[in-house]
Design a protein around this ligand. Sequence first.
Ligand SMILES: Cc1cc2nc3c(=O)[nH]c(=O)nc-3n(C[C@H](O)[C@H](O)[C@H](O)COP(=O)(O)OP(=O)(O)OC[C@H]3O[C@@H](n4cnc5c(N)ncnc54)[C@H](O)[C@@H]3O)c2cc1C
Length: 302
Amino acid sequence: MSLLNRLVVATLPFVPKPIVGAVARRYIAGVTLEEAVVQIRSLNSRGFVATTDLLGEYITRLEEAGANEKLIESIFQTIGRHRLLSTASVKLSQLGLLLDTEACYRNVRSIVVLAESLGNRLTIDMEDSSTVDATWDIYYRLRSEGLTNVGMVSQAYLRRAEPDIRTMISRGGGEIRLCKGIYVEPESIAFKSREDVRNNFSRLLDVMFDGGCRVGIATHDDVLVDKAYGSIARHGLKPNEYEFQMLLGVQEGLRNTILSTGHSLRVYVPFGEHWYAYSVRRLRENPQIAGYVFKAMFSRPA
Ligand SMILES: Cc1cc2nc3c(=O)[nH]c(=O)nc-3n(C[C@H](O)[C@H](O)[C@H](O)COP(=O)(O)OP(=O)(O)OC[C@H]3O[C@@H](n4cnc5c(N)ncnc54)[C@H](O)[C@@H]3O)c2cc1C
């Protein structure tokens, strides 16, 4: 990343919220579920599937967890009513993971049971390293109750990712999204260099395919996409046995190329009132961030 971009990233907390909002609009479907429905319908009409994400993670009261549970259930009901091709994704901290593990379990279980009754699936996003053990515990508990319509996420920057995947495979495998990982983690537990993370990503993808997992290959990195094509071919997989995944508003050219070459592609569609933290994370990863922010600051409002 250029010096100017790094400077803009460092000063993002001081950039006025409306400017962040203007620049980040491409990454968010909107504030309401209705806006997300419009976005998903448009994606579906162009051949993409989706996963819907209610924004907002760290909460301070269990009542908020209960409210989020109801909102996520209404996402599944809405998807069903509109016959959209979309699953949903959730962060367990939204459902109370850091406040009361049992309450969180009850909340996520209720969502997964409803999703199952509607023939749909939930993916549990992976958050920072302090939550990884508890997230896997909840996943295995759901599976032990026969709830198999739930998927997990593995972060390739984590040194523990491979043992975690091997454990998952030894316990029956399943559906898993592979991504690089977004949180800032210490070197003792995480690979830090771009090349180390890339190498681990490609290795993990092979381990997952070898173990029979259905993988969501979640990256916008064209080097990793090329390597994934090779791995898919080596394993002789059919398009319904894996999928690519990308975030709304990122690398749309690559997204279209992947789809047009016969692969399935799921777009992660975030929406909700709590768009700010997610927007800042996306802007930090945008190599053109300085240009976007300056353009928004100096262009006249429409
Ligand atoms: C569907 C999906 C779900 C995810 N779920 C999780 C999760 O549960 N937990 C977690 O920790 N992380 C999650 N992530 C985020 C992920 O870990 C990475 O932080 C993120 O995808 C960036 O990594 P990358 O592989 O795209 O590589 P990068 O090297 O970051 O990006 C590759 C290229 O894509 C372009 N690009 C990337 N981001 C942007 C952007 N914001 N704007 C414009 N261009 C951009 C740039 O050209 C860049 O060079 C998810 C990502 C996806 C796609």
